[in-house]
Ligand binder design. Structure first.
Ligand code: NAP
Length: 236
């Protein structure tokens, strides 16, 4: 038995976690510091656990920790069908916000199903033409600049550049937020509990990328297409 910040782990426990900048998880086996792992709740599948943490940790960091989203806030999620966006829509709703998801025509039903109160189809309504104002604009696409994003904000609103170059990251201050989201075991445990309780449904792309090492190149091609929906899961 090993004691961790999020509970005890024993040999044979089913666990979930992320390896941070060490990456390496294309391998069939990987050695991971125990502090980066949490016990997988029994009712949560390994696929869902794997798909919950990347986008979920990022969305939690930006929405809950940086913007302190709460009931009544109006949140716009740009890129609502991606890994970060699909988690952000659900977590913003869970935090009590009214959520608008921006996506393309084909993904509108998914984003509505994730709980978005409003959807914007960017193929017919570019964000530059949106007249509404939001308390939080989370950009998980990278096509908003500080100037074009600020235009969408209420007086006290914040722009979250989840995708930002070094320049915008260093210059981010005031109502512009950027930077890398941390990977914390307590957030993993929280996210898996939300999945277990039915408050978060990890989105898994139904593109058939296959399994094993051969699938990794196919998966990267899908990611590079820019059309990935949610997360890709590969079995060893
Ligand atoms: N700051 C951090 O700590 C942090 C952490 C994690 C990720 N990231 C970054 O966040 C970004 C998002 O990652 P991800 O895995 O969520 O991305 P992703 O899943 O690859 O995003 C793909 C999705 O983006 C949508 N999309 C493409 N163009 C769009 C547009 N113009 N407007 C709205 N949606 C659009 C696509 O939907 P359609 O097919 O409908 O267009 C697709 O479903 C990446 O650049 C990643 O590096 C940053």
């Amino acid at each position: 038995m090993v004691e961790t910040a999020t509970g005890d782990l024993a040999v044979g426990d089913a666990v979930s976690g992320m390896t941070g900048l060490r990456l390496g998880t294309h391998a069939e086996l990987v050695a991971v510091p125990v502090a980066r792992l949490v016990r997988k709740p029994e009712g949560v599948s390994h696929d869902d656990a794997a798909a919950a943490l990347f986008g979920g940790s990022t969305a939690l960091h930006f929405l809950r920790d940086k913007a302190e989203v709460g009931p009544g806030d109006r949140v716009l999620v740009n890129g609502a069908s991606g890994a970060v966006g699909s988690a952000a829509v659900q977590l913003a709703r869970h935090l009590g916000a009214t959520v608008t998801g921006v996506t393309s025509t084909i993904n509108l039903p998914l984003v509505r199903k994730l709980g978005a109160d409003h959807v914007i189809d960017y193929t017919t309504t570019p964000l530059s033409e949106v007249a509404e104002r939001y308390d939080v604009v989370l950009d998980a696409v990278g096509n908003l600049t500080p100037a074009s994003g600020r235009r969408l904000l209420t007086e006290r609103g914040v722009l979250q550049l989840v995708v930002a170059g070094l320049g915008d990251t260093l210059r981010a201050r005031g109502n512009v937020q950027a930077g890398a989201a941390p990977e914390r075991a307590e957030d993993f445990a929280h996210l898996l509990q939300l999945v277990s309780d039915g408050h978060l449904t990890p989105v898994i792309d139904d593109a058939r990328v296959g399994d094993g090492l051969e699938a990794v190149a196919v998966a990267h091609a899908r990611i590079d297409s820019g059309r990935k929906v949610g997360n890709l899961v590969i079995h060893p």
